[in-house]
Design a protein around this ligand. Structure first.
Ligand SMILES: Nc1nc2c(c(=O)[nH]1)N[C@H]1C(S)=C(S)[C@@H](COP(=O)(O)O)O[C@H]1N2
Ligand SMILES: [Mo]
Length: 301
């Protein structure tokens, strides 16, 4: 169902939607709470806990802009949409009209099959680059409006407590971020010598341009190899050669996206955001290799 600031509100059946021209796109989805436990201090041991609320899949469906056009959206007045899920809580999110018209997809397929129940069967909204909560699953209604809806879900969840005590709402975009996945916290290097250091980088604003890796806690940086394809708003794999000499080492990755934005250190992020946030932590991750080869999650100034 699409209603609100449209000339002809309309109910689309799944048959209607699947007869329309479809597109397939590969995009990452990251929960705004990913890395959220680490704002104050190191909290969890492995990359699954620090960065695991993340995936990258191929989604198939209809452009939201096509559906809005078919309903005769009032482009002069429309500034936001509200997407509503069919789950028990009827989860809702306000999404800016630019995202809605640019690359949002009303998706029914994922990785070449129908969406799975847990991922929103039969329909979910895909909003590339935007935090996961806006990718409303079990999508049942879209309303077009001229102001943010300030629903229960967006008034208390995925808001950022700033140092001045005020909450920032509607943060939306997942900023450029990266993490080394191998080796990473909880893993064990067995001997000195060659390692292929590998990780993932992504940006809600477009393509990854460059990933630098430091093996000395951020004093010096080397540029990693980006594996193709490098797609917009998708996970990009990077690799770099490393020879471990057996000494204690802190290694980090720092991603830069096509807008020129550079992933910040946790210190820089805290200067702007304070330490009382939960969501939207895209800080550089540090892993320390001990002389015995154990890899640990650490934070450095
Ligand atoms: N209807 C509905 N959609 C939802 C949610 C929900 O609780 N209800 N959770 C959101 C959140 S917070 C995230 S991070 C993503 C997770 O998507 P996934 O389960 O496909 O990984 O779905 C989003 N869509
Ligand atoms: Mo989430």
């Amino acid at each position: 169902m699409i209603n609100g600031l449209v000339k002809s509100p309309r109910v689309f059946t799944m048959d209607d939607l699947m007869r329309l021209p479809s597109i397939s796109r590969i995009h990452f989805i990251e929960c705004g709470a990913n890395t959220g436990l680490e704002w104050g201090n190191v909290a969890v041991p492995t990359v699954q806990y620090t960065h695991g609320m993340l995936s990258c899949c191929e989604y198939t469906g209809v452009r939201l802009s096509l559906l809005l056009d078919m309903c005769g959206i009032d482009l002069k007045k429309a500034k936001f949409i509200l997407a509503e899920g069919g789950d028990g809580s009827g989860m809702t999110r306000t999404i800016g009209i630019d995202n809605a018209l640019h690359d949002a997809i009303v998706a029914w397929g994922m990785n070449g099959e129908m969406l799975r129940p847990e991922n929103g069967y039969p329909l979910r909204l895909v909003v590339p680059g935007v935090q996961g909560v806006s990718w409303v699953k079990w999508l049942r209604r879209i309303e077009v409006g001229d102001a943010p809806y300030a629903t229960k879900d967006e008034a208390v969840h995925y808001i950022d407590l700033m140092p001045n005590g005020l909450h920032r709402q509607y943060t939306s975009i997942q900023e450029c971020k990266s993490v080394i996945t191998t080796p990473s916290g909880g893993q064990q290097l067995l001997s000195k010598g060659f390692y292929n250091v590998s990780g993932l980088a992504w940006s809600g604003r477009g393509r990854i341009k460059q990933v630098d890796v430091s093996f000395d806690g951020g004093r010096s940086w080397k540029t990693a190899r980006l594996e193709s394809p490098v797609l917009s708003k998708a996970l990009t794999r990077f690799n770099i050669d490393w020879i471990w000499d057996g000494s204690e080492t802190i290694f980090q990755s720092r991603a830069i996206d096509e807008t020129g934005y550079v992933q910040p250190s946790i210190r820089m992020l805290r200067e702007v955001r304070g330490t009382r946030s939960i969501y939207h932590n895209n800080a550089i991750q540090s892993w320390r290799v001990e002389v015995n080869g154990e890899v640990q999650n650490v934070q450095i100034g």
